[in-house]
Design a binder for this molecule. Structure first.
Ligand code: GDP
Length: 201
């Protein structure tokens, strides 16, 4: 797929203000500072579509972008902030979980994890929750340019092992990099695949 148009639609503080469920959507989520905004900009070929934040955890809204007039790319709030008050954290968790439970037009989720880090407990908790609720996701291994090939493979195997513990079919782990653009084609192919198999509403 080639992304020809990427249009900002809305920033929603809650599910009821999200756009109507007319188009299939693909969600991107991960711990704050994982590289989500950079990845969205890379995928859409737009430098400033998603805001690359100076302050980790700045984005606390659900951002919808309409792509090629046919699907929504959804930039979900980052989770796992170290520096926000507990009440705020709980509010965000509730927003994220209700997004997944209520957006019936959600086709697929891309969960971003930092390829350099060992599996973090909140990532594992979140993956377990998604699996428990039968929400399909692919794992994106961000900032892969920062690692040697050997180290990258080692870390991917580690995640693969964790996924096989609770996923009957662990699926693919896609290494990504905004420097080399690796992963871009694979992600767009995955989206294409889902779009081509989605029944017309
Ligand atoms: P977000 O908080 O998840 O949206 O993360 P950002 O997109 O703001 O990225 C956080 C930091 O990581 C920024 O300084 C980015 O330039 C950097 N970054 C993101 N992706 C990559 C990548 O693939 N490679 C490298 N080397 N740096 C990256």
């Amino acid at each position: 797929m080639v992304i020809t148009t990427a249009e900002f639609i809305s920033s929603s503080p809650n599910i009821s203000s999200c756009p109507q469920l007319r188009l299939p959507e693909f969600a991107f989520i991960g711990r704050s500072n994982v590289g989500k905004s950079s990845l969205i900009n890379m995928l859409t070929n737009r430098k400033g579509l998603a805001k690359v934040s100076q302050t980790p955890g700045k984005t606390r809204l659900i951002n919808h972008f309409k792509i090629n007039s046919t699907w929504y790319l959804v930039d979900l709030p980052g989770y796992g902030f170290a520096r926000i008050p507990k009440t705020e954290k709980l509010k965000l968790e509730k927003l994220i979980y209700s997004y997944f439970l209520k957006r019936t037009n959600l086709e697929h989720t891309f969960l971003l994890v930092d390829s350099r880090l060992d599996p973090q407990s909140n990532d594992v908790t979140f993956m377990t929750w998604l699996e428990l609720h039968h929400i399909k996701f692919s794992l994106l291994f961000t900032k892969s340019d920062k690692l040697s090939k050997t180290r990258l493979e080692k870390n991917m195997n580690h995640y693969h092992q964790i996924l096989t513990e609770f996923k009957p079919n662990p699926g693919e782990i896609i290494p990504t990099s905004i420097v080399s653009h690796s992963g871009k084609e694979k992600i767009l192919q995955t989206i294409d695949h889902f779009l081509s198999t989605t029944p017309v509403q």
